[in-house]
Design a protein around this ligand. Sequence first.
Ligand SMILES: [Zn+2]
Length: 458
Amino acid sequence: MAVSLRMTGLQHNEIKKHVLTKDGKEAATLLFCQPVFRNFDVLLLVKKIEHIPYEVCAVRTKNYLSWPTEKILLPKIEKLEREGLSLVMLHSHPNGFPEFSQTDNENDLNILERLVSNIDGDQPHGSAIMLPDGEIKGRTLDENNCFIPMKKVLVAGDQIHIYLDKKIDCVKHMPGFMQKNSQIYGSKIINYFRSLRIGIVGCSGTGSPMIELCMRYNVGELVLVDPDIVEEDNLNRLVLSRLVDAKNRVPKVEVYEKWQAESGLPTKVYTFKEIVPSENTIEALSKCDIIFGCVDNVVARHSLNKITCAYLIPYFDLGVGVKMDNKTPQNLHQATVRCHYIQPDQSCLLDREAFSAERLADENHQRDDPEFYKILKEAGYTGNNEEVQAVMVFTMEAAALGMDDLKARLLCYRVDSNKDFDQQERSFTHGYYEHCSHSTKNVALRNFIATGDNHKKL
Ligand SMILES: [Zn+2]
């Protein structure tokens, strides 16, 4: 069993604020996590944080902490059992000691053993330490009472932190093409990208150059989702698509699966010729560390936003807007590309009015009941959703904006704060590049946050 922990940037900051104090003494907090079971993997999504007050600790020094575990934990057992939650006890090592100490081992084993035997359910429980720079190392107790290090800790915030278990955090042999990327971004980027599982939803104009970028950065695993086949009129913007693919009605995802195999590059590709959301795509996307939404309809964008809130995944929503002149329809009036970066507990696409609730309802009708939609449309009750198909310069620029945003959030190389890049927009017709922050809390999808598979019932 491999366990990973996920939390939002706001949660990470809240934990840091409590356990890394000015007095330099250790402190502790409890993380209540929603478990998500996937074959041999378990994702723990931080749902609630409860700090251990400094004043109840019997001893607090720079390298030792003692708090009344029984008194604090006993009343929590019922909640953990009733809601099927996992508990992770986190404390800080302000002196920077990067491992669990011998005392930690003895104490954690003693407490966790009792927790596991007292709480019904398959969910794992564990402990974690936080180092002065905010890095988190976690572990869970298995059925043989052995500690299993957490494979990955992901923080979906303004900065995306990925803390890896040491064993997979090493590059033994680096081929030349990887060294080239590390010359600009440092060797960190190689570890980050090799450890990532990225979902690309929509493998058309924007999705196909995104696949190419991910392969060239040697992303570990790609989940490609697209229900469509290659058609002749896609050939103006689908990277690597051929006329023969259109003639043979080859699914788009298959083109890229085949290309990956031919390229010899190390990325593993999993493909789904399905729409989002479906049982299979939710399962595959929930395991992704990052999702790029490269779709052209608001129903899919809203669904992806729900999935990323439910499973605490950083989400990049990419879009291209092309408007023709009303009076002279052959003339391009406006062409913009846009990248929204969405954090699970910060404003969602609907909160940002990236699309309207009316448009969403409209497209839902169109998808669920095409006949009824036709009647509505004829009666003039629907919006005008006729859009001009984008061309390749625009779609490639959208993919580049998204990939650059991901790299900047992993490596923090921007002069300005990543916070100021929640929305980026470039106009090809009006000559501007703008970026801004959207730092309000998630309202429209707040009930979805960290719900895991339970979000399907909402
Ligand atoms: Zn410790």
